[in-house]
Design a binder for this molecule. Sequence first.
Ligand SMILES: N[C@@H](CCC(=O)N[C@@H](CS)C(=O)NCC(=O)O)C(=O)O
Length: 232
Amino acid sequence: MATPKIKLYTNHRCPWAHRAHISLAELGLPFEEEIIDLSTPRTAEYLKINPRGLVPTIEYNGEILTESGIISDFLADAHPSHLIPVSNAPGGALQRARIAFFVDTFISKVNSNFFKASFAKTDDEIEGFVKEYVDAVVKELEPLLANAAPFFNGSDKLTQAEVLTGSFIIRLFTLPKHGILPAHILTDISTKAPNFYKWGEAVSKHPSVTGIYNEEDIAKSTKERLAKLRAA
Ligand SMILES: N[C@@H](CCC(=O)N[C@@H](CS)C(=O)NCC(=O)O)C(=O)O
């Protein structure tokens, strides 16, 4: 297949845009990037490309695609690889369903508690959301990672399960040491959900996940947003 012409509209502080970067890194696809400044209103030019004004957006051989999950799934389907089997490969449909369930569970049952805990105003609220996060990991994700090796469903390479969750996992594993969440969230997880902890450690160290992640900058900008929110 000829190398596609790809332009990614992104912002390196955005975990949703980070998903597209992980896809492109894993698939080894070259791309041009344009950083969208999220601190100012979107330009009319960008709103023509993405009327929602969000990042990420991708232009792929002249076609515009938006929404991070759709972009990452499209790239994985357009460039079949170790990330996810095609649906008519032996066991392909089942593996696709397993990955979809894992990602849906992470996003719908677990992840929102991380942001709620980060931006909560009182210690009691923070501890409540941390507990909800850990409890949901134990109940919902720990059993799904029993055979991780170290990645989803016995894979020694990243899969689409990690592509779509890695940007959040690296934040979970790095931000508590900057005081953004109580450090015990990680010790609680390591004792109560060892499969998840081992998997998360491997995900958060993978070069395709660490690629654009600037820990110091993310910690600083998150703290600034937090301070503004708490002062309001
Ligand atoms: N559902 C969207 C969410 C994308 C999103 O919320 N992006 C944020 C940055 S992390 C954004 O562009 N916000 C626009 C703004 O802050 O004005 C996706 O998955 O692509």
